[in-house]
Ligand binder design. Sequence first.
Ligand code: DX5
Ligand code: ZN
Length: 214
Amino acid sequence: MIVSPSLLSADFGHLADDIAMLNRSQAHWLHCDVMDGTFVPNISFGFPVIKAMSKLTVKPLDVHLMIVQPEKYINAVRDCGATIMNVHQEACIHLDRTIHAIHQAGMKAAVTLNPSTPVCTLQDIITELDMVLLMSVNPGFGGQSYIENTYAKIARLRALINESGSKALIQVDGGVNLQNAPKLAQAGVDVLVAGSAVFGAQNPEQVIAQMAAL
Ligand code: DX5
Ligand code: ZN
């Protein structure tokens, strides 16, 4: 299992310490949640902070943009040192154009679906994608409860990927913890994002190792 801890739940007063912990851990990627207060009802951090984090981390940056018009910021995300640029399907009128522009900028392209957005909306672009992120909470906040319907969406997404021959990875984000992670692994998830389950734990490195072992 690929594990991408979400820095939204990190201690922003001691970000360098938390990133040093992640560097020592078995985490594969660093999940960075950018919010604009318009697409989601919250504001997190932006590009200057991600750039600073990129200088401290040895792990690839997985940047999840919960913002309107993400296509405006493709170069900004690349200049932060991101490996993966993840945009919401609901935020992109010309998703195909945006995915091509992300690839042209030299990054992996991922698309996120909100809990109410059906998997079939990706039918005509799935072969172009490196990853699909299924939100298992309504985006905007850490520490919410996992939405059970996500399991059914994972099955539908796995079928779409297999039928189309797409190489897209399946990522799940929101309410992921050590209780539901084994079931998510069994359902065919490739990448787990976890915020509060990692940073709220007594031993975050151990939680990451347990998820990575799934
Ligand atoms: C929510 C963010 C998540 C968040 C997950 O909008 O996209 O990445 O940090 O936090 P937990 O794991 O606490 O639900
Ligand atoms: Zn996220």
